[in-house]
Design a protein around this ligand. Structure first.
Ligand code: GLA
Length: 516
């Protein structure tokens, strides 16, 4: 009887273990299961926390608009010391408007107060030639809505940028991509029509009834608006491009009130023909760069020509503020590590106002790029999504989210909205991190920050949790260093000679080293 019951308990236990074996080994192999339940970014405090860049470029005499990114319980009362006389701050919304002051640097001290406390932050306005002194942050419709984009969706994206808290950590641009114009032919009759009016002015399609009212709406929220075209006769989607109308279209964009232009090579290939000289690659961008610079509006210039002719070497010379270093990341989302490592090879060209752009952040609900699909939840493991955001932050890449804003969930916002990680991206030095290869599938990405500290990503590309170490000698450091976990926003302690930690499968631990 006793023997029988021991046998049956043993049999039962073995049965349960066998049944659970695949799950147990899967959990051990795949930390994403565990990570999926774990949000790295801690919950926001109700106290105010002013975020956003420490430096901000604008051109003297042009319209000025800046919404102070600030987390914390509303209502918040904003004030600013040292604001140039041409600018005024709305204390209730934190939106600064006016005309950019004369050439110079203006040191402003922003203060935010609510019932729980207060927060201060230095903000230097640099009125001069350069825009985008820190990498542009915002949203672009492409990987969510493709040729389905409408005015309504753009407004909704602006609303959600505010209501989700994205704007409170620095997201600012609400950018239309392709398909807002008319096309000679398209499956959607609302997008087919004359490309230009009798004066040659470009005509938006029926989904965009009034561009000026759209940008007014975006601006009224304190955000900025972006638009897209191609130097070729048609865009990549087959819609009207700017060829032979460059000056006219640029003026139109400025009159409509746009603040950002993505200029996408597309059918310009037919114009350039077989000429693959650097001059041929530069020609359309130099032309548009010069036009934009002559306008009385600050328009950030985003070059999109997939890296041809080593664009990183000359993008700034044609007045570009950022340039795509490769093809569409939507087609190779399984290769984000390789794309990032390659992008970081051009790190010497990354500096304030001049950014290498490895394409958008595609997490949350995104449409399959191969099918221009309806948004679906990304299959990317949770740990890899944190790694993706860490890589882009360490590389000082433009942080442009391109997923469905109406479906933003807690996890996706947790990845997108960690102010300490974003601060690394927005660091005024503008350095792109250096990759240090370690053994196996691990590597470090090291970025020097303006305060003398270093941000470091410890990356593990393998499918198992792995111990990864940072040795001070590899960083030309010595002695004691304070280590802070940036995702968890937590001091880990003081370390001598090295820091070592378990890094989840396909994931990251991101730290800051400082010797204070
Ligand atoms: C190209 C660009 C994409 C997107 C599409 C729009 O493929 O690289 O980012 O703008 O065109 O058609």
């Amino acid at each position: 009887m006793k023997k029988n019951s021991i046998t049956s308990v043993l049999t039962f236990t073995i049965f349960i273990l066998l049944a659970l074996a695949p799950y147990i080994s899967y959990c051990a192999e795949n930390d994403t299961i565990k990570d999926g339940n774990k949000l790295y970014t801690p919950p926001q405090s109700p106290q105010p926390r002013v975020n956003g860049p420490l430096v901000y470029g604008c051109r003297p005499g042009n319209p000025f608009l800046y919404r102070i990114p600030c987390q914390g319980l509303r209502p918040i009362r904003f004030s600013a010391k040292g604001l140039p006389a041409e600018l005024r701050l709305d204390p209730a919304t934190g939106i600064i408007t006016g005309t950019a002051p004369k050439r110079g640097e203006y040191n402003v001290l922003i203060q935010a107060v609510n019932s729980k406390g207060k927060s201060k932050r230095h903000f230097k306005i640099v009125a001069g030639e350069k825009l985008a002194l820190t990498p542009p942050m915002g949203w672009n419709h492409w990987y969510a809505h493709y040729d389905r984009i409408t005015d309504k969706m753009m407004r909704e994206a602006a609303d959600i940028m505010i209501s989700s808290g994205m704007a409170d950590v620095g997201y600012q641009y609400v950018n239309i991509d392709d398909c807002w114009m008319n096309a000679p032919e398209n499956s959607d009759p609302m997008r087919v029509g004359p490309l230009r009016n009798e004066k040659g002015n470009i005509i938006p399609n029926h989904h965009f009834p009034d561009m000026k009212r759209l940008t007014d709406y975006i601006h009224s929220r304190g955000l900025k608006a972006g638009i897209y075209t191609s130097p070729g006769p048609l865009t990549c989607g087959g819609f009207a491009g700017a060829y032979h109308h460059e000056e006219q279209d640029a003026h139109q964009f400025a009159t409509w009130g746009f603040d950002f232009l993505k200029y996408d090579w597309c059918s310009y290939g037919q114009i350039a023909g077989k000429d693959t000289s650097i001059e041929a690659y530069q020609k359309p961008y130099r032309q548009m760069g010069n036009i934009l610079k002559s306008l009385d509006r600050d328009i950030v210039f985003n070059l999109c020509q997939y890296g041809m002719g080593d664009v990183w070497k000359w993008g700034a010379k044609v007045e570009g503020n950022c340039w795509r270093t490769s093809g569409d990341l939507g087609f190779e989302l399984d290769r984000i590590y390789d794309v990032a490592i390659r992008n970081s090879e051009f790190r010497q060209y990354s500096k304030p106002g001049e950014w290498d752009d490895p394409d958008y952040i595609q997490i949350g609900w995104i449409g399959n790029a191969n099918k221009m699909g309806i948004p679906e939840l990304t299959p990317m493991p949770a740990s890899m999504q944190y790694a993706y955001m860490s890589l882009w932050s360490l590389m000082a890449a433009p942080l442009i989210y391109s997923g469905d804003m109406s479906k933003l969930d807690e996890f996706t916002l947790n990845v997108l909205c960690n102010p300490e990680v974003i601060e690394v991206n927005q660091d005024p030095l503008g350095e792109c991190g250096l990759v240090i290869k370690l053994t196996g599938d691990c590597f470090l990405m090291v970025k020097n920050l303006v305060d003398g500290s270093k941000a470091i990503g410890l990356f593990n590309r393998s499918k198992t949790t792995t111990e990864v170490a940072v040795n001070w000698t590899d960083l030309k450091l010595s002695g004691k260093q304070t280590v802070r976990d940036l995702w968890r926003q937590k001091e880990l302690g003081i370390y001598q000679n090295k820091f070592s930690t378990q890094v989840p499968a396909q994931g990251v631990v991101m730290i800051k080293l400082s010797n204070r």
